[in-house]
Design a protein around this ligand. Structure first.
Ligand SMILES: *Cc1c(COP(=O)(O)O)cnc(C)c1O
Length: 393
């Protein structure tokens, strides 16, 4: 089942850009504002409306959104931030940017999201040791929402803040409501990288129902500089007057990106529905194979950013052999993720193999296979054939 060179590789994810998206960006290019114009606020309003969150702050990446989310919640030196080890490194790095320390909560081997049981137990121990985290960052892996109601209950009990890393979860639903509405969190973050659900090329957003947090994040997005007299220390010296009142950054999203995002939001439901159809077809096609398929909780609807199969001990072939065979068959397979605590940078901070056993077992088993809304049925048939082929290895 070697890859025939005439067949293009099927990427694990990719953007879907239509003529309306192109026109929206071109219109901005011909307009007065390339940055800090009307498209940014319009995109923010659109995503706030879609999710039901009161406030939205668009930025140049989800990484930036995670950083200013942590800062606005007061994360600094001496604080702890906890997240899942099975995530992109940005979910943990945001705490280090603030001078805080990072720890991880092992995953639930079924959903592969941060385990609520482990979280409860670890909070109990940290409470006794006087080392409670200031912020916990649950990550909705592959677009399946974490058990947010239970997480919110623990957060309330221990007085900690919650930032949802919803980078994968634009369009996902939890207990009938849109992820991003922040019913069970202080802040939720989205990514608009091209492989994610909707894209702005690079881009991200922080959503919240707390106006003060939104104001703080908007300030940090743009150098900590304000022209709003209510945020100033002095009386304005004149109409030119601005003040820097915090140490912020340039994390702004351009108008081109915001216009693209606004246009893409018109198709978010279509994208997610197509992803769900593809995922259901994989579920059916692989039902008889000795592979673990993604386990979905009954109270969620995933946005299906990723379809992760797992080659468990019951298979007669190894994950590595399967990965190589799928790659040779022309599939853009990938691995989401190498446990963050095993990265050399984190090893240098003191983490070791064995620290989070469920995450490490998951890492030995996982393969992300292609899933994106632009995949034709023939592409999916090729993926299915290749995956069924590895079962014969
Ligand atoms: C993609 C991703 C990020 C970072 O998003 P950027 O927009 O590329 O900065 C953070 N967390 C998770 C879980 C991601 O998948």
């Amino acid at each position: 089942m070697s890859h025939h060179p005439s067949e293009p590789r099927i990427p694990y994810g990719r953007q879907q850009i239509d003529e309306a998206d192109v026109a929206a960006v071109v219109e901005v290019l011909k307009s007065e504002f390339l940055t800090q114009g009307p498209a940014g606020p319009a995109f923010e309003a659109r995503v706030a409306d879609y999710t039901g969150a009161a406030c939205a702050v668009a930025v140049n990446s989800a990484t930036s959104a995670l950083h200013i989310a942590c800062l606005s919640l007061g994360v600094g030196p001496g604080d702890w931030v906890w997240t899942s080890p099975i995530t992109f490194v940005a979910s943990a790095n945001c705490a280090l940017y603030c001078g805080a320390k990072v720890d991880f909560v092992d995953i639930d081997p079924k959903t592969c999201n941060l385990s609520v049981a482990h979280l409860a137990e670890k909070l109990n121990r940290a409470d006794k040791a006087g080392r409670l985290p200031k912020v916990v960052i649950p990550v909705h892996l592959g677009g399946q929402p974490c058990e947010m109601e239970e997480i919110a209950r623990l957060a309330q009990r221990y007085g900690i803040k919650i930032v949802e890393d919803g980078s994968h979860a634009v369009g996902a639903r939890y207990k009938g409501e849109a992820v991003g509405n922040c019913r069970y969190s202080d802040i939720a973050v989205f990514s608009f990288h091209p492989v994610k659900i909707v894209t702005t090329a690079e881009g991200g957003m922080a959503l919240t129902n707390d106006e003060a947090l939104a104001e703080c994040m908007a300030l940090l997005r743009s150098h900590g500089v304000t022209r709003n007299p209510a945020q100033m220390r002095a009386q304005p010296h004149g109409p030119w007057y601005y003040e820097q009142v915090a140490l912020g950054f340039n994390y702004r999203m351009t108008e081109l990106q915001a216009a693209l995002g606004l246009s893409q939001m018109g198709r978010v439901e279509e994208f997610v529905e197509r992803r769900r159809v593809i995922a259901r077809r994989y579920d059916e096609a692989f039902a008889d194979l000795p592979l673990a398929r993604p386990v979905q909780r009954s109270d969620v609807l995933s946005s299906w950013h990723l379809y992760i199969i797992r080659v468990t001990e019951c298979a007669s072939f190894s994950r590595s052999d399967a990965f190589t065979a799928l790659s040779e068959a022309g599939l853009g397979v990938n691995l989401h993720y190498i446990p963050v605590h095993l990265q050399p940078y984190y090893r240098d901070l003191g983490f070791q193999p064995g620290d989070f056993p469920n995450a490490e077992t998951y890492y030995e088993e996982a393969i992300s296979i292609p899933l994106h809304p632009g995949m034709a049925d023939e592409d999916q048939a090729r993926v299915i054939d290749a995956v069924r082929g590895i079962a014969a290895l």
